[in-house]
Design a protein around this ligand. Sequence first.
Ligand code: FES
Length: 115
Amino acid sequence: MPLITFSSPEYKDKTVYAVAGSFTETVLKIAKTNKIPIDFSCENGECGTCVIKVTQLGDNAPMGYHLEEKEKAILLELGKVSKDELEDMIVNDLPSKWRLACQFIPRDEDILVEY
Ligand code: FES
């Protein structure tokens, strides 16, 4: 069962289980359910308010994730990724270390989410 550890300089770290069947839930939804105060606004991948840094924990190779065009555009606009980094992620099936919490649906791996 994957563990998601939420970490912020302003709050105590909190680790939650992403329970079975929750692989349709975004990190933002999981955070809200667990009363973790990630900032958000549009909840639709358009404002960038909910940007988070994601680190894969454990020994397994990190899973690649498909990013929708609007998320790529916001991450580029925020300067979190470059066009070259995006291309590298697509070609080599690598995860982005920056994601939008309202768009990111974690899978079966332990992750650290910094917000
Ligand atoms: Fe606006 Fe996630 S809340 S992009």
